[in-house]
Design a protein around this ligand. Structure first.
Ligand code: SAM
Length: 409
C-alpha cells in the first residue's frame, strides 16, 4: 500500500455529532450536520455526520461526508472519512499541488475531448467500456492522470458502526453533493459486484489508497475505465501529495491499442488470478486467460518456477556463485517470457541479497541500485517499500564497511 502523507491535523477538530436517538434515520437526527469546532469552511457543504447512538463509545473514529465542488478545476470531490483524516487530505486539495506541466488538464476534466488527448473511452466487445490509446506511448510515459471524485474510508464500508441504511445515506449524500456532471459519471460507472448501486460502483471501480496510513477506496472517473489484463501494458501509481492517480506505460503502446493494467498481483497462476478477479464479479477475457489450456499451463509452470527460484535464492550461501548466476539468468528469462517486468523489482531485491550472502558486493550494489530505481518508478516518490529499501541499503553499506575493514587489516 501507499505511504502515509504528512497532513495538517489541526485544520479540523472533532465534530459534535448529532446522536442517533432511536435508530431511525430522519431529518431531525442526521440532517443537521456536526458543527465542526474549528473550521469547516474550506468544504462546499457542512460536513455531514451520523453520530454515535446513546451509550456508544464517542471517542473512536466516526466518519463524515466532506465535499469540495471546485476540486481540480471543475471536478469536485467527496470524502467519507474521519475529520482528522479529512483535515490531512485537505492539505492536498489545492490545485497548486498539481505539477505545472499537468495543470492544463484541470481546465476540462473530460480528457477525451481535449484536443490532443492521448486516449479515448470506447465501448468494447465483452468488457464494457475501455481506454484506447490515440497515439503512441513510449515505455514509462504517463498515459493518463486523474484525481479522485470519491474517497471512502475502508473501515466505514466494512465496519459495523453504522447500519447498512445509514451507510447508504452517507454514500448517497457524498454523490449527491458532487457537481451534476460528476454525479452522472459516478452513476454510469460499471457495476459488477451486486447490491446497492453506489456501493457496487465503489467496489467495482475503487483503487486502494492511503491517507495517513489508513486505507481508503478512491474512485477516479477515467481511471475506472481502464480494464484488467493479466499481461498488462500499463500500471498505476498514486501520488499522495497531489492526489493524482497516474497510469504509466509499462512498454511501448501503439495507437489503437487498449490501455490495460492488472487488478490482480502479477505473477499469479490462472486459478489464483481467477479467484482474485471473482471479487470484482467478472471472469477475465484477456488473451492469456482465453488461451488454450496448454498455453495457460505452460504460463503457470513458468510462474511457479519463478517463485521457486525466488525461494531457492533465499539460501544463496549454500549454492555458490555459479549456481546463483545461472538461477538469476533463468529468472530473468522467465520474467521476459511472461512479461512480468514490474516483478523485477522483487527479484532484483532477492538477487541483491543473494550476492550479499556470497559477499559479491559489487554485484549486490548493482542490484540494490536497480531495485531502488524500480521502486520509485512503480510506486512513485512515496512508494510502499521505502523502509525495505532503507534496510537493504543499510545492510549493503554495513557489508561493504566490514569488507573494507578486512582489507585494511
Ligand atoms: C473498473 S471497471 C473497468 C471498465 C469497465 N469495462 C467499464 O465499462 O466501465 C471493471 C469492470 O470491467 C470489466 N472488465 C475489466 N477487465 C475485464 C477483462 N479482462 N475481462 C472481462 N471483463 C473485464 C468487468 O466487468 C469489471 O467488473
Amino acid at each position: 500500500m501507499l505511504r502515509r502523507s504528512k497532513g495538517n491535523q489541526s485544520l479540523l477538530t472533532k465534530p459534535n455529532f448529532i446522536r442517533r436517538l432511536d435508530g431511525t434515520i430522519g431529518t431531525a437526527l442526521i440532517q443537521e450536520i456536526c458543527p465542526l469546532a474549528n473550521d469547516w469552511s474550506i468544504w462546499s457543504y457542512k460536513p455531514f455526520c451520523i453520530g454515535p447512538a446513546e451509550g456508544e463509545d464517542e471517542t473512536g473514529p466516526a466518519d463524515c461526508v466532506f465535499t469540495l465542488t471546485a476540486f481540480r478545476g471543475n471536478q469536485g470531490i467527496s470524502l467519507i472519512t474521519t475529520p482528522d483524516l479529512a483535515a490531512s487530505a485537505a492539505t492536498h486539495l489545492d490545485d497548486s499541488r498539481v505539477p505545472r506541466e499537468l495543470r492544463h488538464q484541470l481546465v476540462d476534466t473530460k480528457h477525451q475531448e481535449v484536443e490532443g488527448t492521448a486516449y479515448e473511452i470506447k465501448d468494447l466487445p465483452g468488457r464494457g467500456k475501455g481506454a484506447i490509446a490515440k497515439r503512441k506511448f513510449a515505455e514509462h510515459e504517463i498515459v493518463m492522470v486523474g484525481y479522485p471524485v470519491l474517497v471512502i474510508r475502508l473501515d466505514f464500508l466494512n465496519g459495523d458502526r453504522l447500519t447498512e441504511r445509514e451507510k447508504r445515506v452517507m454514500l448517497e449524500t457524498s454523490v449527491r453533493q458532487l457537481p451534476p456532471e460528476q454525479k452522472r459519471s459516478v452513476m454510469s460507472l460499471a457495476r459488477s459486484t451486486g447490491g446497492e448501486p453506489i456501493l457496487d460502483a465503489i467496489r467495482t471501480n475503487g483503487f486502494g489508497i492511503e491517507i495517513d496510513g489508513i486505507q481508503h477506496l478512491a474512485v477516479f472517473l477515467d481511471g475506472s475505465r481502464v480494464n484488467h489484463n493479466c499481461r498488462p501494458n500499463s500500471f498505476w501509481r498514486y501520488i499522495s501529495s497531489s492526489m493524482a492517480m497516474e497510469v504509466v506505460a509499462l512498454r511501448d503502446i501503439r495507437p489503437g491499442e487498449e490501455i490495460v493494467h492488472s487488478y490482480a498481483p502479477l505473477g499469479y497462476t490462472y486459478e489464483e488470478r481467477k479467484a482474485v478477479l471473482q471479487a470484482w464479479g467478472f471472469q477475465c477475457r484477456c488473451a492469456l486467460c482465453s488461451a488454450s489450456i496448454e498455453e495457460r499451463n505452460l504460463s503457470d509452470r513458468r510462474r511457479e518456477r519463478l517463485l521457486e527460484i525466488h525461494h531457492i535464492l533465499g539460501q544463496a550461501d549454500l549454492l555458490g556463485s555459479k549456481r546463483v548466476g545461472a538461477l538469476i539468468i533463468e529468472a530473468m528469462g522467465l520474467i521476459d517470457q511472461e512479461e512480468l517486468h514490474p516483478q523485477l523489482v522483487e527479484y532484483y531485491q532477492q538477487f541483491a541479497k543473494a550476492y550479499m550472502a556470497l559477499s559479491d558486493l559489487k554485484r549486490a550494489r548493482a542490484f540494490v541500485t536497480e531495485t531502488d530505481k524500480m521502486w520509485s518508478l512503480y510506486g512513485g516518490e512515496e512508494h510502499e517499500n521505502l523502509d525495505g529499501m532503507r534496510d537493504l541499503w543499510r545492510a549493503l553499506e554495513e557489508a561493504e564497511g566490514e569488507a573494507e575493514e578486512v582489507e585494511d587489516f
